[in-house]
Design a protein around this ligand. Structure first.
Ligand SMILES: Cc1cc2nc3c(=O)[nH]c(=O)nc-3n(C[C@H](O)[C@H](O)[C@H](O)COP(=O)(O)OP(=O)(O)OC[C@H]3O[C@@H](n4cnc5c(N)ncnc54)[C@H](O)[C@@H]3O)c2cc1C
Length: 486
């Protein structure tokens, strides 16, 4: 999509949102559903390809945020909104609860303060769990745990479907999506702004900066420059589905001032995650995993859940937190410049996304953006890719009506040809096999595409010979796969 006209009548769009991660897509959804004409711009070829695809995939309650902070407020609100939205949109969520485990007397001594903090954050259903109950509930836990704090509301969620659902709903409500369009400059004006991208100029009245790791660069283009993003890399290990019976809850460590620490969590795809690390790095694009990082995770995993490290590793990946010097979210709206900065969404943006979008919408309206008053439409119903519910291959009635749902293309993840066909025909289709993976789980299982890559690539349209090049090297030919399945 190129050209200057952003609306049917040649007028500038009301709002250009830069960044189609979970935060930008949530904002686009909120605004488009309020009759605001929006253009959602991203440098990548799909939505949700930045930090939003490579995180720990936990729907946090916000129990451990700084009470009174903006993050605390928006996370608390966002997690409630997202739990409800996910249920209606078919986004996989499992309310596993979490156990924050103390391993030393010092950590045990911190539990009352964490419990008090949770209550001050409005998370009032937390409770202390003694050693015997803890081991009864998590018999595979390593020796030496002294007790825990239970946070029943902590859940696991599919991060991929979340951004896709927001974007799908934004498009249905009239938003325009401009992918492969890196923003290289902004000509700020009194009547309109001109956002210069690699595919042309986008005219708009307001700019919303949701550019994640590059939000400081966009902020500088709008005359800001008040903060700098310092990427903090988090590496994670995905274990095979055979590890899933080893735990029932998310196993959290006692957090430090700098990081939430290394956790073990189930995923909604039936795997187990171990991570993340926390390492400040200079390069905003460096999502490589490292030997020392993975080794440190294995050490931590051995202590928390000794049986885990004996299980097969399916994949490893890393994501970058958009950290700033200020711990809190950097969200502000400048009415004079018609500019909203939504930055510093470091460790909780997936969970808080709907709270952030609601907050930004209110700030923009207070600053003069005119909103429509139509009732909020129902969310789209997304293809269900979780492990806990019924997938198409398990649904006899669906297979009887359409035999393509009975023809499996990816055997590790039980993805059918019908689901691949549907993903390709969706309003927001994948641009490549990675995009297809985030929509269906193909290529995501223990063989990492070794067996199904040719079939999947042929279905995608690349043909069998393209498969080898398009898909990562086969699992047998490399160390633990570089991927980002949460
Ligand atoms: C290791 C790790 C674990 C985490 N775990 C959790 C968790 O369990 N739960 C939770 O709630 N949160 C978690 N988070 C945090 C969460 O993932 C982030 O807060 C969230 O994804 C941020 O979303 P975003 O939309 O702001 O950024 P992104 O997803 O990075 O999106 C920004 C987008 O802007 C685009 N962009 C940037 N510059 C430009 C430009 N110049 N032109 C056009 N487009 C541009 C990028 O391509 C990108 O798509 C975790 C983060 C990490 C790193």
């Amino acid at each position: 999509m190129t050209g200057a006209a952003e609306t049917g009548d040649g007028l500038p769009a009301d709002v250009a949102i830069i960044g189609a991660g979970v935060v930008g897509t949530a904002i686009a959804r909120a605004l488009a559903c309020q009759d605001v004409s929006c253009v959602l711009i991203d440098a990548a070829n799909d939505v949700g390809t930045g930090t939003s695809k490579a995180n720990t995939a936990i729907l946090h309650t916000g129990f451990d945020t700084v009470p009174g902070s903006l993050e605390s407020r928006l996370l608390r609100r966002g997690s409630v909104l997202l739990a409800d939205y996910a249920r209606r949109a078919g986004i996989p969520v499992e309310r596993t609860g979490a156990l924050l485990v103390a391993w030393t007397p010092e950590q045990q001594g911190e539990l009352p303060a964490i419990e008090d903090k949770a209550r001050r954050n409005g998370v009032t259903d937390v409770r202390r769990v003694g050693t015997s109950e803890l081991y009864r509930r998590e018999p595979h836990l390593g020796p030496g745990a002294l007790g825990a704090l239970e946070i029943p509301g902590e859940s696991i969620i599919c991060p991929w479907t979340t951004s896709l659902a927001y974007a799908t709903q934004a498009l249905a409500a009239g938003a325009r999506l401009r992918l492969r369009s890196r923003v290289t400059g902004i000509r700020a004006g009194t009547a309109e702004h001109q956002v210069v991208t690699g595919t042309g100029v986008v005219r708009c009245r307001w700019v919303v900066n949701a550019a994640g790791l590059h939000s400081d660069t966009i902020d500088a283009m709008m005359g800001g420059g008040a903060f700098t993003i310092c990427p903090r890399r988090g590496e994670l290990i995905v274990f095979d589905k055979l590890a899933r019976p080893l735990l029932t809850s998310i196993l959290l460590p006692v957090p430090t001032a700098r990081t939430k620490g290394v956790l073990v969590a189930p995923t909604v795809y039936g795997n187990v995650l171990l991570g993340p690390t926390a390492e400040d790095i200079p390069d905003r694009g460096d999502v490589a995993t490292t030997g020392p990082g993975l080794a440190s995770l294995m050490d931590a995993g051995r202590r928390i859940l000794p049986g885990l490290v004996a299980e097969e590793v399916t994949a490893t990946y890393a994501g970058l937190r958009a950290a700033t010097a200020d711990r809190d979210y950097q969200i502000r709206v400048d009415p004079a410049r018609r500019y909203a900065c939504v930055a510093g969404i470091r460790s909780t943006g997936l969970s808080a996304s709907l709270g952030i979008a609601e907050h930004v919408t209110v700030l923009l309206a207070d600053a003069g953006l005119r909103l429509g008053d139509r009732p909020e439409p129902d969310p789209p119903v997304m293809p269900y890719i979780g492990q806990a519910g019924t997938r198409p291959y398990q649904d006899a009635a669906r297979i009887a009506a359409d035999p393509e749902y009975g023809r499996i293309a990816c055997h590790c993840e039980r993805v059918t040809r019908g689901e691949i066909r549907d993903a390709l025909a969706a309003p927001l289709p994948p641009a490549d096999l990675d995009g297809l993976r985030r929509r269906t789980r193909v290529l995501n299982g223990r063989c990492q595409g070794f067996y199904c890559a040719a079939t999947v690539a042929a279905l995608f349209g690349g043909g069998a010979p393209a498969a080898a090049a398009a898909v990562r090297p086969a699992a047998a030919e490399r160390p633990p796969a570089e991927a980002e399945p949460a």
